[in-house]
Each structure stands twice: as C-alpha cells, then as structure tokens.
Design a binder for this molecule. Structure first.
Ligand SMILES: [Zn+2]
Length: 358
C-alpha cells in the first residue's frame, strides 16, 4: 500500500478502500475520509448485498454516495481539528443541500448504512472502462446484463434522524447550562401523581407556544412533527435515579436525559480504548471512535463531562471549543476582525449614509 503524508493534518491514500490496516500504519489519531470530488444524492440506487430484497428494514432512497469521479480520499484528524464538530452537525439544515455541504466538508457519518448499487453501470465485457474511478466492494450483475459496482451509502432518512438526535440533545444541554427553565419545562413533565417523570424531545421551532404535556403531544401529532417521548424515570424504572429527583424539579431530570441520550448513542456507535506507543516508546491511552458519528458523540461526551468547554461566539453565534482558550474568550479572532472592519467602514461612511438617508 502506498501512503503519502500531505501537509500536517490531511492524508492521502490512493486506491480508495478504507481498511483498518491503514489505521495500524498511522497508529496515531482518529482520522476520517472524505471523497476528493464530493458526494451526491442517488435517487435510483438499489440496496444490494445484504439488502438485496426490499424489506421494512431497507432504507429508502435517496442515498448519499461518493461521486463516480472520486479518485482518492482526504483524511482529516477530526478530534483535533474540529473538536466542536458535533455542534455543526446539530446546526446542519435537514435539506439535501445542507447535508451535502456537510458531507462534502467532512465525509459520511459512518462506514455505511447499507450496501448499495449506484445508478451507473457498464455493459458486460467492458471491464476496462468503468464508469466510476473509485474502488467498489464488489461487482453485481444487474438488469440487461449490465454490471454494477457495490458501495456503501447512507439514506437521507438516516442523516435526518441523526441530525435531529444531535440537535435535540445539544439544545437540551444548552438550556441546562443556561438554566432556561421555560424551555426545560416543555421537555420534562412530572406525572400528575408525582410518581414518574416523562420527556418530549422535538424541534421546538416547529411548535407554537404549547406548555402543558397534553397540548404538546396534540400539536406534535397534528403537525406531524417528528419527536421522541417516553418515561424518563419512575419508582419502577431507574428507581435509583428517580429517588434523587425532587418533586417538580426539571433540572436534574434534564441532566439525566442528556446523560441517557449520550449513553444510548455511544452504545450504538462505539469508541474503543486503545494503547498507543509514543515517541519515547511509552504506552499511552487513546480512545478510538469507529466512525465520524461515534467521534461526534464522543466530543459531546467530553463536553458534558467538562473535559472540553464550549462557548457560542458573540459575533457569528457558532459554537467554539474554548478549552485551551483564555477564560474571557467571547468571539473568534476572525469574527472580531470582521466586526472591527465593519465598524470602521460604518464610521467612515457614516457621513454619506447620513446625507442619503431621508
Ligand atoms: Zn464567530
């Protein structure tokens, strides 16, 4: 295998297939590939391999795939370069364009939701001129004796679910940090008899001002807004946690909800402990996420435990990792510069504006 070190953070690997061997060679940090020619939504791709027959479990099209022009992958050290990337996923619009922009910048979320045969194919016997430049998992005979390449893809539904899950949990966490009681009281609901606590997580921007639990559920169903809801804790369900809640309190239940959401995701998307050897030949602990999605929830995990600190930039409003920054950090350096330029321009053109304004 040929590996080429490229700049400081980006690695190139000619030949496309991502193997664990690669990680053994690099033996350092979590890196994640993104296709050099970007991604596209394939509306006609067919789930193949394990998913050859359409079942209820088959994800629905469209699917996000590397473009056939893909010649190689760039590798990014996500945990170091973008320690707050999970906030960008949370802010990603649920549109095809929004998701595509994220994928073009950072790659897919996992190693693939399903094995797919993309829409492009070649006639039998034309082995030399494949309509794709990237590697494939295998070849598949399709309609009219044409040959299709099998690749891993992710459905639009999968992306939307994952963005929503991240967004809901991050919003909840933000309300908790800011002690936003109005927002938290819409999420956490004590049962009338006080014997249990329920939760509702959804995109609250879609909802008019509903406060009572019954109203919220009615409006969610009426507007067909996706949500997740259920029993958070009661005497019989996580009783040891329930015993810690004070009747009517929403703060501790909300914290427990954040905890259980992150735990659930890290159960689905694994982060494994691993030993690495440093330059002085000493063994060091390292945590190795199995996918970008696992890395993003691991970032959230670190923030929730205080290992990493986040703050919203006062200019652009985006989250920034301020763990290594000074205590009173309030804005990105670039944002502060832009703001200064804008102010001085406004000041200099103030005279003209004043004469133009009625
Ligand atoms: Zn900013």
């Amino acid at each position: 295998m040929r590996f080429k070190r490229y700049k400081h953070y980006i690695y190139r690997y000619k030949g496309v297939a991502i193997t664990d061997q690669y990680f053994e060679v690099e033996q350092s940090f979590f890196i994640w590939p993104r296709a050099d020619r970007g991604y596209y939504w394939d509306e006609q791709a067919r789930p193949g391999g394990l998913f050859a027959e359409r079942t209820e479990l088959t994800p629905m099209p469209p699917y996000l795939l590397e473009t056939p022009e893909t010649t190689e992958f760039y590798y990014t050290k996500v945990m170091e370069k973008e320690p707050a990337l999970f906030t960008k996923l949370a802010d990603t619009p649920l549109t095809k364009e929004g998701i595509l922009a994220f994928a073009n910048a950072y790659g897919k979320l996992t190693r693939g939701e399903a094995v797919l045969t993309p829409r492009y194919s070649y006639p039998k016997g034309q082995k030399d001129e494949k309509p794709w430049k990237h590697g494939v998992l295998g070849l598949r005979e399709g309609e009219g004796g044409r040959t299709y390449g099998e690749v891993f893809g992710e459905s639009l539904g999968f992306w939307r679910r994952e963005i929503r899950d991240m967004r809901c949990t991050l919003k909840l966490w933000g309300w908790l940090v800011n002690q936003n009681m109005v927002a938290l009281e819409r999420v956490i609901h004590w049962s009338k008899d006080g014997h249990g606590v329920n939760y509702v997580l959804t995109d609250w921007e879609m909802l008019p001002e509903a406060k009572a639990a019954d109203d919220i559920m009615d409006q969610l169903k009426a507007t067909q807004t996706p949500f997740s809801a259920g029993l958070l804790a009661s005497k019989d369900h996580h009783g040891e946690i329930f015993a810690r809640f004070k009747p009517g309190d929403v703060l501790l239940p909300a914290r427990y909800l954040v905890q259980s959401r992150i735990n659930k995701k890290l159960q689905e998307h694994l982060v494994r402990p691993r030993l690495l050897m440093n330059e002085r030949n000493q063994l060091e602990p390292y945590f190795y996420p199995e996918s970008l999605l696992a890395a993003l929830w691991y970032q959230f995990f670190r923030v929730a435990t205080g290992k990493n600190q986040l703050r919203r930039c006062s200019v652009c409003g985006l989250w920034a990792d301020v763990t290594e920054k000074r205590k009173n950090w309030s804005r990105h350096k670039e944002c502060a510069n832009r703001e200064r330029v804008r102010r001085s321009r406004a000041k200099n053109s103030g005279h003209k504006l004043a004469t133009r304004a009625p």
